[in-house]
Write a protein that binds this ligand. Sequence first.
Ligand code: SF4
Length: 276
Amino acid sequence: MEVLVAEKCGFCRGVTDAITLAKETLKEKGEVYSLGPIIHNADVVNELAKEGLETVSSIDDIKSATILIRSHGATLEEIQKIKSKGLDITDATCILVKRIQKICQKLNEDGYKVVMLGDREHPEVKAIVGFATDVQVIGGLEDLDTLTGRGKVGILCQTTQSPGFFGKMVGEIVKRGFSELKIINTLCREAIKRQDSAVQLCRKVDVMFVLGGLHSANTIKLAELCKKHNNQTFHLQNWDELDINTVSGKKLAGVTAGASTPDRVINEFVDKLRAI
Ligand code: SF4
């Protein structure tokens, strides 16, 4: 089978840095806990677990040792709790997420109501909204009626959303009569480049595969965008999940991958698909 790979796909800088920091900390300290999975990719989480990185869901599960803040960041409340327990912190929060946390705090100090566009259940969003007291998460058009008031509004967006979503939501908020809108572009360029090259590729192929964690926001976004342009799009974690019937009768396949999908997962998938 002929297989084309998206020009831009796989690990981003934030993920690479977080994994490198985790490995260095494991070598230095031996016992390290990650508050939630370090990234949304089960293959990588399992590999690091073998090296000693234990994933916990609550700070209460840790009595001593070092805690790693994952690439999505941690809430202000969690950071205060870690400090009050006297635990060591290794901070692997992506610098772009840290930037949004700082902007959120500043908007709050300057008297803006903060509107955070994105998925309220995503750890990145949870870690950002804790930096403001007057803050509201808007996940889609259906939430807009809950956005009330007439004062100053500062609008931020989850890093991995698409420019289309950001622009559409801002367009709707403009209509609601706030006295001032401050819009800060907080989208991740790495994620946008992956979206653009995935869309270009999926238009040319008979079948499109998006590889990455099922909870990875940027991978889910890639799959959503590709499905709009090619209904033969499949979101898989790795080769083991391929249903061979999906390629039956097709000649040209496209492959892309989220920012937390390792090269070896992509390479294995592409090699085996080419061999069909
Ligand atoms: S996708 Fe962007 S925001 Fe998310 S970890 Fe990677 S570089 Fe950071």
